[in-house]
Design a protein around this ligand. Structure first.
Ligand code: SDX
Length: 392
């Protein structure tokens, strides 16, 4: 209860923590950030404004938003020495492997300002992480593509800056179409936070020991990489490409329903949503907009639409309440914009950093907060005496 309203989640809560950031009603397909529906935020807000909302609890005034945006913009540079970390990776290293390493390494550069008991230093660390993730992500892409790093520019918006750092080369400046910038910003909003998912719980558990926020976010990145979680966007597009044509869909639907086959429909199903993921709704419409503006007819999008239609009319998916989730359509958009599939989860991590940081702050600033210590149901042998090896 926050005094404003009380949500009855309709199930015996197995809550791991109190949080006021994000509310999900899985049965109704509702997602609210500080009370605001995700559909309204995606259509009317910006990633910077949603970041401010998640961090501070209220939508900013114009002056507050300008000040926040200016602060973030002016922290987008990374320490020049950080660039040497990239050269230690093989060129074909997965960008998520690079993100895990480089973000964790930020601890070595900012240990002097990570007294997590000081709200001012928590705020500085939070802004640094949100500001530097696009630069670090773009550098991971540049390194894997064998292209020179592109420095951030303060005259560009957060999202346009990221797109320019990713796709500009010395020989040719990349000037993103406003529709592409808007689509990318929407994708960042849709991925910003999502209650106590696996990677956010990882960040909270790591943070509960008092570890510095850079190391905690690196732990969250590692957890997000899994194909059952944030890695699903890369796996979903790879699956759609493997299916290739509409006539091969029934074969994959059958495999997904076969208990003896480990194959799952990637981008489908969710631990909490037993209804349509509201983010997938916005993502599908954004995919249509981007493909139309770019004049791209991507057969993979047709496969995705048909796959969704067939699955949602199949009794297996109906009975088990499996719907498209945030990862089902995102790859179609990201691929149309020009990202390789290996970058998809990096983009998820870039956007989710604001949620991780907001959740970490919420936990650390609670004076009653204690170290996380999950328990277990012991299933091993009962106590027994040691037997020397020559008697075994
Ligand atoms: C994200 O938690 C979050 O909020 C995460 C996230 C976020 O924003 O942080 O929303 C982001 O991770 C979205 C999910 C992305 N992952 C995928 O798209 C991978 C494919 N989906 C599945 O692996 C699966 O749906 C999970 C992992 C997402 C959920 O798995 P669960 O917890 O087993 O789901 P469930 O309990 O609802 O499953 C019910 C049944 C099970 O069968 P039975 O045990 O009842 O026989 O449905 C089956 C599952 O095996 N099932 C699927 C399926 N997803 C679930 N069968 C085929 N294809 C699928 N995709």
């Amino acid at each position: 209860q926050t005094g404003m309203f009380t949500y009855d989640p309709g199930f015996t809560s197995t809550a791991s923590c109190d949080s006021g950031l994000t509310y999900i009603d899985g049965d109704e397909g509702v997602l609210l950030h500080r009370g605001y529906p995700i559909g309204q935020l995606a259509e009317q807000s910006s990633f910077m404004e949603v970041s401010y909302l998640l961090l501070n609890g209220e939508l900013p005034s114009k002056a507050e938003l300008d000040e926040f945006t200016r602060t973030i913009t002016r922290h987008t540079m990374v320490h020049e020495q950080l660039t040497t970390f990239y050269r230690g990776f093989r060129r074909d290293a997965h960008p998520m492997a690079i993100m895990c390493g480089v973000v964790g390494a930020l601890s070595a550069f900012y240990h002097d300002s990570t007294d997590i008991n000081d709200p001012v230093q928590r705020k500085i660390a939070s802004h640094r992480l949100i500001a530097k993730m696009p630069t670090i992500a773009a550098m991971a892409y540049k390194y894997s593509a064998g292209q020179p790093f592109v420095y951030p520019r303060n005259d560009l918006s957060y999202t346009a800056n990221f797109l320019r750092m990713t796709f500009s080369v010395p020989a040719e400046e990349y000037v993103p179409d406003p529709v592409i910038v808007d689509a990318m910003d929407k994708i960042f909003i849709l991925h910003a936070d999502h209650e106590q998912n696996a990677s956010t719980s990882t960040v909270r558990l790591a943070g509960s020991s008092g570890a510095n926020p850079f190391a905690c976010i690196a732990a969250g990145i590692a957890c997000l990489w899994g194909p059952a979680h944030g890695g699903a966007n890369e796996a979903a597009l790879n699956m759609l490409r493997e299916i290739g044509t509409v006539d091969r869909i029934p074969e994959y639907i059958a495999r997904a329903k076969n208990k003896d086959d480990p194959f799952r429909l990637m981008g489908f199903g969710h631990r909490v949503y037993k209804n349509y993921d509201p983010r997938a709704t916005v993502m599908q419409k954004t995919a249509e907009d981007v493909l139309r503006v770019m004049g791209v007819t991507d057969p993979i999008f047709d496969v995705a639409r048909q796959l969704e239609k067939i699955a949602l009319s199949d009794e297996y998916f109906i009975e088990k309440k499996l719907f498209p989730n945030v990862d089902f359509y995102s790859g179609v958009i990201l691929s149309a914009i020009g990202f390789p599939t290996e970058m998809f989860t990096v983009l998820f991590a870039l956007a989710r950093t604001v949620g991780w940081v907001a959740q970490w702050n919420e936990m650390i600033s609670d004076p009653a907060q204690k170290i996380g210590r999950p328990r277990q149901l012991y299933t091993g042998p009962t106590q027994r005496d040691y037997v020397p090896v020559d008697k075994r």
